[in-house]
Design a protein around this ligand. Sequence first.
Ligand code: NAD
Length: 256
Amino acid sequence: MSNLLQNKNALILGLANRWSLAYYIARAFQREGANLTLTYQGERQRQTVEELGQELGAQRVVACDVTQQQELDQLAEILRAEGEKLDTVVHSIAFANREDLARPFSQTSRDGFLLAHEVSTYSLLAVARTVAPAMTEGGSIMTLTYLGSTRVLTNYNVMGVAKAGLEASVRYLASELGACNIRVNAISAGPVKTASARGIKDFSKILDHVSEVAPLKRNCDPAEVADTAVFLASDLGRGVTGNILFVDAGYHIMAY
Ligand code: NAD
C-alpha cells in the first residue's frame, strides 16, 4: 500500500457484486487507505453490498436508487449530518432495458430511451448536486463510460447515446464545479464481463475482437480501471478535469 488516498473520504455508487467495476475500485481505494461509503440499489442488493462493505472495511452502506429523489436527499442528509468533508465520488451506474440493446436502434421505445438516460446520464448531475456541498475542500468526481459513445458498436444502441450525453455532462460539470476545485472526469473502460455487460447481446464477440486488435493484444483488466480511479481520486490527478481517460489496452485508437 502506498497510501495515496490516506485521509480521503470516498463515496462509491454502483457496487452490486464482486464483478462490478465499482468493487474493483473500492478494493483499490481501500488498499490506498481511503475511508469508504458504499451505496446499494434497492433492498434486493442490500445484504450483498453490506457483506462486501464489511469485507472492504466500509464506514457505512446506504441506500441510493438514483431514480428516487428522496434517496438522493437522504444521502445528502447523511453527508451533512456526518459533517465530514467528502473528497471523492465514483459514479459507476448504468441501465438500459435488455430488449432495447437487442433490437435495431431506430426501434428503441420512448420509455426505454428515457429510462436509459435517466439512470445512466441524468444521474451523474443528480449525484454531483447531492455531493458537492460535502466536498468542502474540493475533490474528484468520476464516472464510467464506454467507446460506444462516439463509435457505433453492434448492440450497444441506446446505451451509446446515453454515454455520449454522460461524457458531455462530464465536461459541463467540470466547467461549472472547477470553481470549487472539484474535478470531474470519466474513465472509458474496455469491455469487462460484469452483470451489466451480460445484457449486451454477443458481448463475448466484443471481448474476442478486442483481444485480437488492441495494441496490447489483450482485454483490459478491471484492476487497471481501478488504479486509474485511484490516480483521479488522489492528489496525483490534481490537474486533470473534464477528461475521458481510456483504459482499454489501447483499443480506441484502432480503425478496425
Ligand atoms: P454492474 O452491473 O456491476 O454495475 C452497474 C451498477 O449500476 C449496478 O451496481 C446497479 O445496481 C447500478 N444501477 C443501475 N440502476 C441503478 C439505479 N436506478 N440506482 C442506482 N444504481 C443503479 O456493471 P459494471 O460493468 O460494473 O458497470 C458500471 C459502469 O461501468 C456502468 O456505467 C457501465 O456502463 C460502465 N462500463 C462498463 C464496461 C463493461 O464492459 N463492463 C465498460 C465500460 C464502461
